[in-house]
Ligand binder design. Structure first.
Ligand SMILES: *[C@@H]1O[C@H](CO)[C@@H](O)[C@H](O)[C@H]1NC(C)=O
Ligand SMILES: *[C@@H]1O[C@H](CO)[C@@H](O)[C@H](O)[C@H]1NC(C)=O
Ligand SMILES: *[C@@H]1O[C@H](CO)[C@@H](O)[C@H](O)[C@H]1NC(C)=O
Ligand SMILES: *[C@@H]1O[C@H](CO)[C@@H](O)[C@H](O)[C@H]1NC(C)=O
Ligand SMILES: *[C@@H]1O[C@H](CO)[C@@H](O)[C@H](O)[C@H]1NC(C)=O
Ligand SMILES: *[C@@H]1O[C@H](CO)[C@@H](O)[C@H](O)[C@H]1NC(C)=O
Length: 467
């Protein structure tokens, strides 16, 4: 058994620094990484860190395409120039990557096939060939992150690409007009999992489901260094105090901002209570009402997209503190020096006695072998009532998980007052071997007034952290 060559916790300065921050009651929100969509690419997966992945947002910077036949399509563009395209001929090219394909395109708009993430650079080939513009056609849905649109160009989605392809191939004198600088909001579907966002399971801390949550991370407008190029056009650099960037580094500040908001509303909440509130109230539906989990899973988007208003009043939290993380470290079989690098206290090491990997965490993950047809996982959790004072009862709702039986004991939790705690256990029992590498469901605690829904993903996977 060999581990992926990823930095172990005790050599990871972010894990070590975040442990000290946690001891001081400071929540650390960290980027999950931009090495998706492969699994096991996640970093910053320590249980005392809020690990944040990225989603797309419902905003589109447009390049509006109007064909000679009147049909109009809203593509995406980050072209910053002032050129426009009015009724110019279209020229079809199988590939705009090579200048050989772009002979005689002067004053024509080139239709470029098979655009992918890097295709925006083809706009410089088109510009060099003196083309008037480019339509970048795609076969797969694509989020453009590059800002180097060197000529007027628009990236079309697969459906619109098909219509444009048909037009350019069947029309005798295909023409096009292009307009820019319009921003559309309310784009559907959104949010979706951003393909670049790293996925779990997390190296070294695989007993914890990571990432925890996702937040907006695609083409986010943010303050920027005014002496670093923000965009290029015809080889010229442009500077700005703001720019659009994509990445989980753009997502985790959203979560940090929400954490600050929650801390000011609830000064007595620990970092764990704060991210529990974010996780258990996260959004799992997009703006068409479909689950964000379609085509994604909790190892991509964790508990879902953070929802500030709901996180203010989560009802219940899964709290944890230094003692719990020390017990977690104890279970990792570290040497004294490794342990001390993180916890900085060797008397904790002497008192380890076994430890506990089953942290009081608001999510659940278990690892199986692909042929495994039996086995039982039991998780223990304590929830704290941070809702209203006075009696409340929460009832457990479980979704079905294919090939498993999932049970919770007890099925009802009754609280008499605020800050009261209650214990429960969740049991996952394998009934037959898994067909898919990931099977997941949800445990949701719902109070009797249906005012609070406290949701946790439950994951079973055959994807190991090890290779
Ligand atoms: C480009 O134009 C020239 C002159 O009209 C013509 O001879 C040549 O065949 C054209 N090349 C292509 C690839 O269309
Ligand atoms: C994308 O569409 C073009 C044009 O129909 C086709 O030639 C190409 O094979 C397609 N590629 C994929 C990956 O489907
Ligand atoms: C930008 O300006 C700062 C402050 O003057 C300077 O330290 C830094 O080196 C500059 N960066 C570049 C890329 O010029
Ligand atoms: C950035 O902001 C400063 C202060 O407002 C301003 O002086 C400067 O011109 C701006 N830089 C750019 C590149 O817009
Ligand atoms: C730690 O060691 C014990 C005893 O050898 C073993 O059962 C356990 O799986 C180890 N834990 C980890 C996280 O490697
Ligand atoms: C180390 O941990 C022990 C037990 O938790 C505690 O009593 C002691 O004060 C700690 N020492 C330091 C230097 O933090």
């Amino acid at each position: 058994m060999s581990f992926r060559r990823t930095t172990p916790l005790y050599e990871d300065p972010i894990a070590v620094g975040a442990f000290a921050a946690m001891e001081k009651g400071i929540l650390v929100s960290a980027a999950a990484g931009n090495r998706g969509p492969e699994s096991r690419t996640l970093r910053n997966g320590s249980p005392w860190i809020l690990t944040v992945g990225a989603t797309t947002i419902d905003r589109q910077f447009s390049g509006v395409v109007t064909l000679g036949n009147g049909a109009s399509f809203v593509g995406s563009s980050l072209y910053i120039g002032k050129k426009t395209v009015k009724n110019l001929p279209l020229h079809y090219s199988a590939s705009c990557g090579s200048s050989d394909d772009l002979k005689n395109v002067t004053k024509k708009v080139v239709v470029c096939e098979g655009a992918d993430e890097s295709s925006v650079s083809e706009t410089s080939t088109v510009a060099d060939a003196k083309g008037a513009g480019a339509l970048l056609l795609t076969n797969v849905s694509l989020v453009i992150r590059a800002t180097n649109f060197e000529c007027p160009a628009s990236v079309l989605n697969p459906k619109d690409s098909a219509a444009i392809r048909k037009y350019v191939k069947t029309s005798k004198n295909p023409t096009v007009s292009l307009t820019f600088r319009r921003t559309f909001t309310g784009i559907k579907p959104a949010p979706t999992y951003a393909e670049f966002s790293s996925k779990g399971p997390s190296f070294g801390t695989s007993s914890i489901l990571k990432p925890d949550v996702v937040a907006p991370g695609t083409l986010i407008l943010a303050a920027y260094s005014p002496n670093v190029s923000a965009a290029t056009l015809q080889g010229k650099s442009f500077f700005s105090n703001f720019t659009l960037l994509s990445g989980t580094s753009m997502a985790c500040p959203h979560a940090a901002g929400l954490a600050a908001l929650l801390k000011s509303a609830h000064p007595d909440w620990s970092p764990a209570a704060i991210w529990s509130a974010m996780m258990t109230t996260a959004n799992i539906l997009d703006n068409t009402g479909k689950p964000i989990y379609d085509g994604a899973s909790p190892i991509a988007i964790g508990s879902g997209e953070i929802n500030p208003n709901k996180a203010m009043d989560p009802g219940l939290v899964y709290d944890a503190g230094r003692g719990d993380y020390v017990k977690f470290l104890c279970a990792l079989n570290l040497t004294r020096a490794e342990f001390q690098a993180i916890a900085r206290n060797s008397s904790d090491y002497d008192r380890c006695k076994g430890g506990n990997l089953d942290l009081n965490y608001p999510s659940f993950i278990s690892f199986l072998d692909s042929e495994q047809s039996s086995g039982v996982w039991r998780f223990q959790r304590t929830v704290t009532n941070v809702g209203d004072d006075g009696p409340t009862t929460y009832t457990a709702k479980l979704t079905k998980m294919k090939g498993f039986s999932v049970t919770v004991t007890p099925l009802k939790l009754t609280f008499q007052r605020k800050n009261q705690k209650a214990l429960f256990s969740l049991t996952l029992k394998v009934k037959r071997p898994m067909k898919d590498p990931i099977v997941f469901g949800f445990l949701t605690w719902v109070d009797d007034q249906e005012k609070h829904t406290v949701r946790s993903p439950v994951v079973a996977t055959t994807i190991r952290e090890t290779e």
